[in-house]
Design a protein around this ligand. Sequence first.
Ligand SMILES: NC(=O)c1ccc[n+]([C@@H]2O[C@H](COP(=O)([O-])OP(=O)(O)OC[C@H]3O[C@@H](n4cnc5c(N)ncnc54)[C@H](OP(=O)(O)O)[C@@H]3O)[C@@H](O)[C@H]2O)c1
Length: 345
Amino acid sequence: MNYKKLGNTSLDVSTICLGTMTWGEQNTQDEGFEQMSYALDHGVNFWDTAELYAIPPKKNTYGKTEEVIGNWFEKTKKRSEVILATKIAGPGLSWIRGGGNQYDEKNLNEAVNASLKRLKSDYIDLYQLHWPERKSNFFGKLGYQHKDDSDWNRFENILNSLDKIIKSGKIRYLGLSNETAWGLSKFLEISKLKNLPKIMSVQNPYSLLNRTYEVGLAEISIREESGLLAYSPLAFGYLTGKYRNGELPKNSRMKLFGSQFDRYKTKNGQLAIEKYYEIANKHRLDFAQMSLKFCEVQPFITSVIIGATTMDQLKTNIESVNIKISDEVIKEINEVQKIYPNPCP
Ligand SMILES: NC(=O)c1ccc[n+]([C@@H]2O[C@H](COP(=O)([O-])OP(=O)(O)OC[C@H]3O[C@@H](n4cnc5c(N)ncnc54)[C@H](OP(=O)(O)O)[C@@H]3O)[C@@H](O)[C@H]2O)c1
C-alpha cells in the first residue's frame, strides 16, 4: 500500500480509501465485516462513511452503514488502527433533522453525537460537510445560475462551531465534499484570517469520465495542502467495462438503481469508455485497475475512495496500487480526454 499525509496533519492515510456506502443496502453487515478485515489487513487504514448511508438514501437505511462499522469496531477492538472519515448530510432530506440547513452549531453537535453513538467510538478522525448548503453546482450540475441566497450558514460560523467540537475531542480534522473552488478558497482564507481549523481534504468525484477537478480545484489542493479524496473513481462501475454493450449484470448498481442514477449514462461517456477499454487491453491492464491507478498517481489526490460489493472486486481494486501505468498509457488516456472531455461531469 502507498500512503500520503492527510492535508498538513501528521496522519499517513492509505492512497486507497475504503468506501462503505453499499453496506446496509447492497451488502449485509457480515459482508461489510469481511471487507473491513480484508482491507485493514492489506494496509487500507483510511475509511469513508456518512450519516446518510446506506445508498440510495432512504429513511429506513439512514445511519445503517455507520452502525455496521461501529459493530465491527466493537467486535474487533481495532478502532485505533483506522483513520475514519464520516460526514454530516447537507439540507434536503426531510428525515435528517427536518431537512433544512444543517451546519449550525446545534445540528452539527447533534449529528456528531449521533454518528459517534452509531460508530461506537469517542472520536471521528475526519469530519466532512457532505454538500454545500448554498445554491451552487455540485452532483453533476452545470450551467451556473446565480441566486442571491442568504439562507445558509456562513463559513466563519461553521468553522467556529466545528472548532468547539474539535476542542471537545470528538472530531480531529475537517473536510469538505462536493465543494467548488470558491467554497474551498473561502473556507481556507477564513481559517487563516481567524485562526480557525483548516480544511484538510475535499471529497469530490474524479475519474477518467470526470476530470473537472483539474480545472480549478487541483491547484488549490496542492498549494494549500488540502488534497482530493476522489469518489466514484470507477464511475459507478462503468470503468470496469461491465456495462459495455448495454448489459446490466444481475445485482449491479445500474441494474438495481439505474433509474435513480443517470450521471454516467451519457452517449459520449459510452464512447470514451470504449476508447479507455481499448487502451487497457492494448497494454494488458485490468480496466478497473488502470482506471483507479490513473487517479492514484495524480499529485493533487490524497486518496482514491473505492467501492466494492464483492470480495473479488475489493481485491482487484486494492491491488491497483501495485500496478504500473506507463507514460505512454497516460498519454493515450489524455488523447481520449481531448476527444471526449469530461463526458460525465
Ligand atoms: N461524497 C459524496 O457525495 C460521495 C458520492 C459517492 C460516493 N462516495 C464515497 O465513495 C465511495 C466509492 O464510491 P462509488 O461506490 O460510487 O465508487 P465507484 O468505484 O465509482 O463504484 C463502485 C461500484 O462499482 C462496482 N465495482 C467496483 N469494483 C468493481 C470491479 N473491480 N469489477 C466490477 N465492478 C466493480 C460495484 O458496484 P456493483 O457491484 O453494484 O456493480 C461498486 O459498488 C463510496 O462508498 C462513498 O464512501 C461519496
